[in-house]
Design a protein around this ligand. Sequence first.
Ligand SMILES: C[S@@+](CC[C@H](N)C(=O)[O-])C[C@H]1O[C@@H](n2cnc3c(N)ncnc32)[C@H](O)[C@@H]1O
Length: 198
Amino acid sequence: MNFEPQLPNWGYELAQKKLDILIKYHSWLKETGIKTGLISQKNDQFIWDEFIVHSLYFSIVFQELEIKNKTIFDLGTGGGIPGIPLAITSNNLISLIDIKESRINELIRLKNILNLDNIKPTLEDANKTIVKEGLFVSRCYISTENALNLLKNKENSTYVVSSADKETEYDSEKFHVKHLNFYINKEDLRHIDVITVK
Ligand SMILES: C[S@@+](CC[C@H](N)C(=O)[O-])C[C@H]1O[C@@H](n2cnc3c(N)ncnc32)[C@H](O)[C@@H]1O
């Protein structure tokens, strides 16, 4: 199967100039990422579409919210997803949080390989990180429902979280949840919820 590092129309302006470094990250995921168990065995196209293109949509969300030069916490980052593509395509500082030391050590090595100044791999329990107010992202870490529970009473917080196609019910007096749908390639639709605390 030929691998095509394509960008969807929505991601072209955001990422076209960063294609070389995104492809370098893709190579790292498929070699080191698989070898060290950060991601399971997947083909090249899957790694590009599901991990990299999917992550780029998180960056689109922050661009639309006009969030610049801020710290964003990627909870349960694993191999740096979505935090690394978010760091590559924005000037925010991305704090990559994971509870597994081996994952954080790989991400420290990756920081040097990609020469990325705006990432901070951090060994921490995400349940402690989210005690603070702030900006959070996560992919395949927790459900929207659990994210809502964690965010209770954390005013001035935004959590952008990968979600299922079905919209989650929520208390509209406490939160606003925007359910976004986007294609990661010609066929596959994915979903992200943008939760803000009122
Ligand atoms: C299913 S993986 C998802 C990784 C990545 N976000 C992705 O989309 O591929 C979940 C990650 O969360 C981490 N994790 C689990 N519990 C955690 C906790 N309490 N605090 C921080 N990280 C945690 C795991 O070590 C793992 O790397």
